[in-house]
Design a protein around this ligand. Sequence first.
Ligand code: SF4
Length: 281
Amino acid sequence: MSKLKVSELFYSVQGEGRYMGVPSVFLRVFGCNFTCDGFGMPRGERSNERNIIAQNITEFKQYRDLPLVHTGCDSYASWDPRFKDLSPVLETDSIVDAIMEMLPHKKWEREHLVITGGEPLLGWQRAYPALLDHERMQDLTEITFETNGTQKLQEDFKLYLKNWANRLDREITFSVSAKLPSSGELWEEAINPDIVCEYEQVGWTYLKLVVATEQDIEDALRAIKEFRAAGFKGQAYLMPVGGVESVYSLNNKNVALACMKHGLRYSDRLQVPLFRNAWGT
Ligand code: SF4
């Protein structure tokens, strides 16, 4: 029996990237190696929104009661230790029970599993095999890991994933949201072409870079060049910044135009216009 610290587990429509529009179960695990406090802030400044929310932590009894933020990481409660009590540690059996309960036919049909975070490829790599080997998970055919692209795959996990995807109807995807300077993270820590190229040995891998300004787009082009120089073959998407509609709708068209200009793919954030990015969507 294995355990995961689960921030959110919900059924929705994938709003971003390659599988946009696909009904998906989202498993959001706790923990991240970054903070991304720079999102939505002028360069060099850091968001203070989650710190203000943390001052009133006792007001929030469950994850979905937490306020959405306009700046910084929009899933702050999935890694900030001050919110850790809102993410229970669950055994594999309980997670599988909850997944079956939310699937429309109480078993996997063609729905997708998205393992997200936080950063889902931190220490949890050792826990996923028990989940995926569970007898009621055998009809699952497609998994996406939504990662920031900084975590090496452990050799045994890499081998496990390759074996898992050996079945002809199965596919693994790595959606790599490498963090640009607009996130507030350092380039040399956030841009890791060698690690991401290794994901390509295991599954279909693409970059999903969050941008707002011209400067962000220049940074994205520079990052893509570094990935290509290391041998990265996958697609590169640009996605507009904005966890709330007022921010997202300010720049989504500009991002689409930039994609057309530079021959890149556009990724929407369907969860913002469809569900206002509410928790559990
Ligand atoms: S890497 Fe992702 S989850 Fe982690 S702080 Fe940045 S935006 Fe949030």
